[in-house]
Design a protein around this ligand. Structure first.
Ligand code: ADP
Length: 488
């Protein structure tokens, strides 16, 4: 069963359960019908016997053949005369009830019994009968007392009877053939028996049909996912229904979209990183081979080594940033979150970097209303604020102003870096948080930028469940606002 396809497994289970249910149901129906028919048959026999019992002088009528019987019924009376059992039956058809049964009824019992008469099944009902008057003239029987109709042998010859006899107690027996009843029950049995495989077949077929319909979307899902390769994540599963399977297909499609994005980003990052690293490597190679071409003066070697060192430093910076991004990307990164006063952190950073501003002739101003506590990783938050502040310094011309502010708004710590720098063209604003994106490649590279600072900042903000927003106007300045949840 284990290795079988789900369709076959389901069908086998379905058919097994269905046949069990149908068998139990069929047996139940048959048993209920049989008991109902038998009990209404028995009731009608009893009713008929109760009717006849009320006619106290009916024995001579039966014996005389004047009894009006209902269709298919037999009537017999039994009584003892002179220690011998005498039988008087309508149409002289004696109901073979058996002496034991007759004695039991004479003892006061009413009973049913199944017998066979002329190879046909019969059910009889026997009740005690007290004739009135008790003395019965045999000539009223309208028969020859010794050899006539109406007298039958009980075991199997009636004794010679006198002209007049006295009957104290008799037994009335009413019997009807159960042939029709048995036939009806046999027909019902056959109907149930033959309908079982037909029902099984039809519902099995219906079940398989339904199952195929239900499983079709799963087939679609598995076929599409089989087609998806690492290199081609553009395939999507057709969503045809708004049910659980439709939702599953949607979820898989969303996962594929995320994977596709991640793969594209990864590819882009690899190509951008190699492109970025190619520059300094080319410089190192060119400088080294130039130096090795011929013997040079010590100063010339020194200049070459300085160029190589700068290029290597640049490469090392890029690699460090890439590693940082990879680490904050992966979930295995263990972040040490603790309570941090952003006001203290940013104000210290401003103090540390003020020297750079002074070098460049910039005016750095820090404002805050005091302690702002957030839950965060101090080293990551330092990197975030350094990146934003160094960008402001890098892209603000001499004599410009940089204002840094820390405040609280709607349970969020709001850290604002506003500069009067060159600004960002509106068309570039949506992309500046992408890895290696630079507005002006040459100028950014010249000033030491790698295009990774803002994407690192964005990633750190995300790790802290915050938001980073930017507004900028060309030649007027830019404002970067970081919002992080405060400790409540
Ligand atoms: P980079 O290392 O090149 O500065 P970033 O990711 O930090 O890379 O920034 C991406 C781009 O956004 C930069 O190339 C720059 O053009 C622009 N940018 C970032 N900050 C500022 C700012 N304060 N003023 C003007 N332009 C900025």
């Amino acid at each position: 069963m284990k290795g079988l396809p789900i369709k076959i497994k389901f069908t086998l289970w379905y058919l097994a359960v269905l046949s069990l249910i149908l068998t139990v149901l069929g047996t139940g129906i048959y048993a209920a019908m049989s008991s109902r028919l038998h009990s209404s048959f028995d009731d009608s026999l009893k009713k008929r016997a109760d009717q006849i019992v009320d006619f106290k002088d009916i024995i001579p009528i039966v014996a005389g053949g004047a009894f009006e019987e209902e269709t298919g019924e037999l009537i017999s009376f039994y009584f003892y005369f002179d220690h011998a059992l005498v039988n008087v039956s309508h149409r002289q058809i004696e109901i073979p009830a058996g002496e034991e049964c007759i004695n039991a009824v004479l003892g006061g019992e009413n009973l049913y019994k199944t017998i066979e008469l002329n190879n046909k099944p019969f059910t009889l009902y026997a009740v005690p009968y007290s004739p009135e008057p008790k003395r019965i003239m045999l000539d009223k029987f309208n028969i020859d007392p010794n050899n006539g109709a109406g007298r039958k042998k009980v075991r199997f010859t009636n004794p010679k009877l006198p002209d007049e006899i006295e009957i104290e107690k008799a037994v009335l027996i009413v019997a009807r053939s159960t042939k029709d009843l048995d036939r009806a029950l046999t027909t019902l049995f056959h109907i149930l028996l033959y309908s079982l495989p037909i029902t099984l077949f039809l519902s099995g077929w219906g079940g398989i049909f339904l199952l195929n319909r239900i499983l079709r979307p799963i087939d679609d899902i598995s076929q599409t996912t089989r087609k998806i390769e690492e290199t081609d994540l553009t395939q999507r599963i057709k969503v045809t229904a708004d049910d659980e399977l439709g939702h599953l297909a949607q979820t898989i499609n969303q996962m594929l979209s995320r994977l596709e994005k991640a793969f594209t980003r990864q590819k882009q990052l690899t190509s951008d990183a190699s492109h970025e690293l190619r520059g300094p490597i080319a410089v190192i190679q060119a400088e080294a081979s130039l130096s090795l071409q011929k013997k040079r003066q010590a100063q010339s070697y020194r200049t070459s080594i300085e160029v190589i060192a700068t290029a290597a430093e640049r490469m090392s910076g890029i690699i460090k940033q890439l590693l940082f991004l990879a680490r904050t990307d992966s979930s295995s990164q263990s972040l040490s979150f603790k309570s941090i006063d952003v006001h203290l952190l940013v104000s210290n950073l401003c103090d540390e970097l003020d020297v750079l501003c002074q070098d460049k002739g910039l005016n750095l101003r820090y404002t805050s209303k005091g302690t702002v506590l957030i839950e965060g990783d101090e080293s990551l938050l330092r990197t975030l604020f350094i990146n934003l502040l160094t960008n402001a310094i890098r892209y603000t011309p001499v004599g410009g102003h940089i204002n840094v502010d820390v405040s609280i708004e709607n349970n969020m710590a709001v850290i604002t870096f506003q500069d009067t720098g060159i600004g960002i063209p509106p068309k570039d604003v949506p992309y500046i948080f992408e890895r290696f994106y630079r507005v002006d490649k040459a100028r950014s590279r010249e000033s030491g930028g790698s295009g990774l600072g803002l994407s690192i900042a964005d990633q750190i903000v995300q790790v802290h469940h915050g938001r980073i927003l930017v507004t900028s106007e060309m030649d007027t300045g830019s404002t970067f606002v970081v919002k992080l949840p405060v400790i409540s």
